[in-house]
Design a protein around this ligand. Structure first.
Ligand code: SF4
Length: 324
């Protein structure tokens, strides 16, 4: 591992200042970053430890919740407000990783976790995300765990988070303190970037920007389902996952927030899918039409073609459960 400096930030302003210098990065739980550093996929000059900052609270906020960036995945999944009012989030968190990892992994870190594309972790193979311009070993390689939505000719890596899929379905916003101290709120769709020809740039964050919280609005649907299909029953990333937040009124879908994991280069939500479902009575034909809409721009590789029918079936099953 390359030697690095370690700074423990005493307050958010000091953290932002320290992280604004070249080669610096934040660390809190470190469950992904330390692996990447050991493999020399990431080699920061300075680690700015934010784990002692007062960002570990879950507060009632404008009818919803404000979740501090260093709240652990375990604490968030166990919070009674989350379990009662946002059960999709609790279920998605518990479907991810292992108990030990969830005890260390944080809300902000989960959002920023890197892809599990095996070539990204193998420094003997070309990877545009690791080294811009180097090429992409996944194209023409093993692609079972890669994306079919939002891909480019430069990268087809999947975003691996379960938590972020639930947050997208709930309409969460990411709260960021910029290096100059101003606070910005990002819709999650805007927070993540598509790979395009710069797959190494994954979010809109600038040097020194500190994620301080995730804000959940008041829940817009009381029927919440998170369904995850994976190769093993535990400790495996999604092949396909669907999170649905639904409100029914008089037999029709009055609100639909549907997000997807295992399919996109970022946690995926398609407003046209939500719009198609809203106002209609649930039916198999409607759910199939929603799948057609979702997959109209999909680009599968030889190893990911199975995701097209699988996504259709998982979406249908999730919506049937949420609307029955
Ligand atoms: Fe790298 Fe992306 Fe290609 Fe994987 S898919 S090898 S992360 S460029």
């Amino acid at each position: 591992m390359k030697p690095f400096d370690y700074v423990r930030a005493e307050d958010p302003a000091a953290a932002r200042k320290a992280a604004a210098t070249a080669g610096a990065t934040f660390i809190s739980g470190g469950t992904n970053l330390l692996d990447l550093m050991k493999l020399e996929v990431m080699a920061p000059d300075t680690l700015v430890d934010i784990s002692r900052l007062p960002l570990d609270g879950i507060e009632d906020h404008e009818g919803g919740l404000r979740i501090g960036a260093t709240v652990t995945n375990s604490d968030l999944a166990a919070d009674m407000r989350v379990r009662r009012v946002y059960p999709i989030l609790s279920r998605a968190l518990l479907a991810g990783a292992s108990g030990q990892l969830r005890n260390k992994a944080t809300t902000g870190g989960n959002l920023l976790q890197r892809t599990r594309c095996p070539y990204f972790y193998d420094t003997d193979t070309p990877c545009n995300k690791r080294t811009p311009g180097e090429g992409c070993a996944a194209l023409g390689g093993e692609t079972r765990n890669h994306a079919i939505l939002g891909t480019s000719d430069h990268c087809i890596a999947l975003h691996p988070s379960d938590m972020a899929v639930a947050m997208r379905a709930l309409g969460a916003q990411v709260e960021v303190e910029a290096a100059d101290g101003t606070t910005k709120l990002h819709e999650m769709d805007d927070f993540y970037r598509l790979p395009g020809d710069t797959p190494h740039i994954e979010t809109v964050l600038q040097p020194g920007d500190l994620i301080t919280a995730v804000r959940l609005p008041a829940p817009q649907g009381d029927r919440q389902v998170y369904r995850k299909v994976r190769d093993r029953a535990s400790y495996a990333f999604a092949l396909v996952s669907v999170g649905a937040v639904i409100r029914m009124e008089q037999g029709r879908i009055a609100h639909a927030g549907v997000a997807f994991g295992g399919l996109g280069t970022k946690p995926w939500r398609d407003p046209e899918v939500d719009a198609l479902l809203t106002g209609n009575a649930p039916s198999r034909e409607l759910f199939d039409e929603a799948a057609d809409t979702l997959l109209r721009g999909a680009k599968a590789q030889d190893g990911t073609e199975f995701k097209l029918p699988l996504a259709r079936r998982v979406l249908r099953a999730t919506l049937e459960e949420a609307t029955q």
